[in-house]
Design a protein around this ligand. Sequence first.
Ligand SMILES: NCc1[nH]cc(CCC(=O)O)c1CC(=O)O
Length: 320
Amino acid sequence: MTGTSGAHRVITVGTRQSSLALTQTGQVIAQLEEICERHGLPYTFQMQKIVTKGDRILDVTLSKVGGKGLFVKEIEAALMAGEIDMAVHSMKDMPYVLPQGLCNGATTKREDPRDCLIMRSGSSLQELPHGAKVGTSSLRRSCQLKNARPDLKLEWIRGNIDSRMRKLETEGFDAVVLAAAGLTRMGWQDKISALLPQDVCVPAVGQGALGIECREDDEGVRELLHLLNDADTDLAVTAERSFLGALNGGCQVPIGAYASIIGEQDGLPMLEMTGIVGTPDGTVMLKEIKCGTDPTALGKDVAEALKAEGAEDILAQYGG
Ligand SMILES: NCc1[nH]cc(CCC(=O)O)c1CC(=O)O
């Protein structure tokens, strides 16, 4: 099982079975097949579906039942048991701490990181009528939308992106908020009514990128995934995840962050990062923007700056 030579190996790729997860995994496998072709690597791929606890309880607010970790526990157990060799995750659903023996083997090139509105009619946030009913299942999105438009009625919707879009019709929402990246990957970009600019809605940490989890000691898979990794996205996501880790916010606190490369300093890519922490009702929203070349330090800096401005109190009240 060496990386660049040796016998043929079938690599089993684990995935959740939502339509988004299946689509994303299929797209990653297609990219890996192309890489193998280009580099003459003797690998083929097969998909294995895994039902997670998060998929089984779709009727409860996620943050009430233990958060996003619910979507990855079973997948990580399958990785550690050797039943699968890699797992494709939306980076924003990847837990901050990975279990011993597992690592993120690749971060894929980020798609549009923004959130968007799917509206019953109209094409901008401004066009939503006074008091409009907007569906989301994210505290981060409801905090920022309430902050921008205190008149809006934010209501909770759970479910996969297909069922959330159906609820626009069946449950009388004026709009639902989703990540543009998920819709684009599904080929549904024409459903997007309005992209929310960053000054209205800072995305979730890692939004728009995928992470491929694998075993730390699986050299063949590590070498292969290294060829898929997008260094710029990886750097930006490292900063965002450092921010998340430094806040240690739990999932009851609205937190968002977005980093991107804006130039170069002393031969190193220069990152700019925006971080927000708010209250669930959107009455308080703290924002900080900083630059730096060390992604881990930058994430911590932005977190420290926000803590000094009052995020500490918000985290104490809603976190934990
Ligand atoms: N929590 C579900 C989830 N995980 C990743 C995406 C979108 C794709 C991405 O951010 O990469 C979605 C759906 C959504 O939030 O609209």
